[in-house]
Design a protein around this ligand. Structure first.
Ligand SMILES: [Zn+2]
Length: 253
């Protein structure tokens, strides 16, 4: 939130400067508009991009020289099990950010994720893409319901959280602080939601992936399940070491 407060202070200073120096000139309105626009652009970037750590601190890459795979938007009855099989075969531990409504529909897949030794993170109950526009109490409820759906099966509260489509706002910051949740972002987005050609998709991922990365995949997509095995094997060959998310809190300070 510090960056947000600094941005607000800069806006106030700009309004002050406009009033003192430009009040009786033609520049007054332009200066005010420019300051407002600048403020709006910075806030928008803060909402849209987790990596700026604008409203809240997110883990966006690993401190260790290793790589973490993360999977969002499951559990999915069609593709999550296939992805779990690949991870098991390659002995890679990962983290799955699950949607509460899907958790309730697919409890056996959630149990398998846990059984296989992966972390489970909360990705809210409904995955409302506009949640960052809603009230603090709605955000709190969405996160609490998501956590409840998961903990009913895993018998433990999820510590890790990822907001739908990565958008945040000051309310998120307050809620996550209250819940002592750790927000996990990413620094390598796979764009598996956009790619249609598995060959091009895998090629791009192999070109981009490096140690320190937190990689964002979706386990409800066929294309991800199609390239994952080959991607992991070839990445290992180029020296990538896949690790589970360490739950040592010191990593996140
Ligand atoms: Zn998502």
């Amino acid at each position: 939130m510090l960056k947000h407060y600094i941005n607000i202070i800069l806006l106030v200073i700009n309004i002050f400067i406009a009033y003192i120096f430009f009040k009786d000139t033609n520049y007054f309105t332009s200066y005010l508009l420019f300051s407002g626009l600048l403020f709006f652009i910075v806030v928008s970037c803060g909402v849209l991009f987790l990596k700026f750590n604008y409203f809240l601190q997110s883990k966006i890459k690993l401190d260790t020289n290793q790589c973490l795979l993360t999977f969002d938007d499951g559990p999915d009855p069609q593709f999550t099990l296939k992805i779990l099989d690949i991870l098991k075969e390659e002995n890679v531990k990962s983290i799955f950010f699950l949607i509460g409504t899907k958790v309730e529909l697919n409890p056996e897949i959630v149990a398998r994720i846990k059984h296989d030794g992966h972390y489970i993170g909360n990705h809210t109950y409904h995955h409302n893409n506009f949640l960052s526009l809603l009230s603090k109490s709605t955000i709190l409820k969405e996160i609490e319901l998501g956590a409840e759906a998961i903990s009913k099966i895993t018998i433990e509260e999820p510590t890790f959280f990822r907001p739908p489509i990565g958008y945040t706002n000051p309310n998120y910051a307050r809620v996550l602080k209250k819940l002592k949740s750790i927000n996990i972002g990413w620094n390598l987005r796979s764009y598996d939601t956009i790619y249609k050609d598995p060959i091009k998709f895998e090629k791009r991922m192999l070109r981009k992936v490096k140690n320190n990365d937190i990689v964002l995949f979706h386990d409800n997509l066929e294309i991800t399940s199609l390239i994952l095995h080959s991607f992991i094997k070839k990445s290992k060959n180029k020296g990538i070491i896949f690790v589970p998310l360490n739950d040592n809190k010191e990593l996140f300070t």
